[in-house]
Ligand binder design. Structure first.
Ligand code: ADP
Ligand code: MG
Length: 241
């Protein structure tokens, strides 16, 4: 469904990504893990088009993503939802408005249609009763569940998550992971940057371990955790467990 080939990205002299490739099949949950600064966010942002790679190619369903073909590129990007570590909700809009605005402006749905869709997804993440609240009245876990609902309202075929639970207090991590687990069990294709090794092991189909802008190891999740191939992955796992 997604193919990223030989992606490189530098910021000034810093090579954040150096020839990184990844294949994601429909329905797969790929977890990107690795130390801080290894390029996980940059890679996810390059896949989505929040960053444009310096070199390399991205394909969605076999079709090249070409930033010069603005219309098609925009449509391709709309097929992917993105969930940020810090939620990125509009603070001066209600939960319901947060979930309906892009549906109206981008997908040209009417307010009524957009609200119907939003209510469906707010229900799914267990926050129907918060529809008229403002983000600052919500806990971190609730904010992130709104952010997930908001992304789902756009009917994405792929969901990208960048450390969705890293900004949360421990007791709120589970409620967000549960929502993500449900989504995975319903067959959503997902790429998840995470430090939640339990999630990566149980829900992930594949683990990609990055270090210093390179893929060090790519394995199915079970073998990654039971039998990591590289010394770097072994070292990383010994530190997180
Ligand atoms: P990770 O998500 O694995 O922690 P990042 O992809 O955020 O890593 O960053 C990889 C490297 O690129 C880091 O050294 C980081 O400081 C740098 N970097 C990321 N984004 C930018 C940016 N917009 N400008 C300059 N440097 C950046
Ligand atoms: Mg990051």
């Amino acid at each position: 469904m997604i193919r990223a080939e030989h992606i490189s990205k530098s910021f000034g002299k810093l090579h954040a990504l150096n020839d990184v490739s990844l294949n994601v099949e429909k329905g797969e949950v790929v977890c990107l893990i690795g130390p801080s600064g290894s390029g996980k966010s940059t890679f996810l942002r390059c896949i989505h088009g929040l960053e444009i790679p310096d070199s390399g190619s991205r394909y969605l369903d076999g079709e090249l993503m070409d930033p010069n073909d603005k219309k098609k590129y925009g449509e391709q990007r709309e097929r992917m939802g993105f969930v940020f570590q810090h939620f990125n909700l509009f603070p001066n809009k209600t939960v319901l408005d947060n979930c309906t605005l892009a549906q109206q402006s981008v997908l040209k749905r009417t307010k009524e249609e957009a609200e119907q869709v939003a209510l469906e997804y707010l229900k799914k993440v267990g926050l129907l009763d918060k529809k008229d609240s403002y983000p600052n009245a919500l806990s971190g876990g609730q904010k992130q569940r709104v952010a997930i609902a908001r992304a789902l309202c756009m009917n994405p075929e792929i969901m990208l998550f960048d450390e969705p639970t890293s900004a949360l207090d421990p007791e709120m991590i589970k409620e967000v992971l549960e929502v993500m687990k449900d989504l995975a069990s319903q067959g959503m294709t997902m790429i998840v940057v995470t430090h939640e090794m339990g999630f990566a092991r149980k829900v992930g189909s594949k683990v990609v371990f990055l270090e210093a802008g390179k893929v060090v190891e790519e394995s199915d999740s079970e073998s990654f955790f039971t039998n990591p191939k590289s010394d770097r992955a072994k070292d990383f796992l010994s530190k997180v467990f």
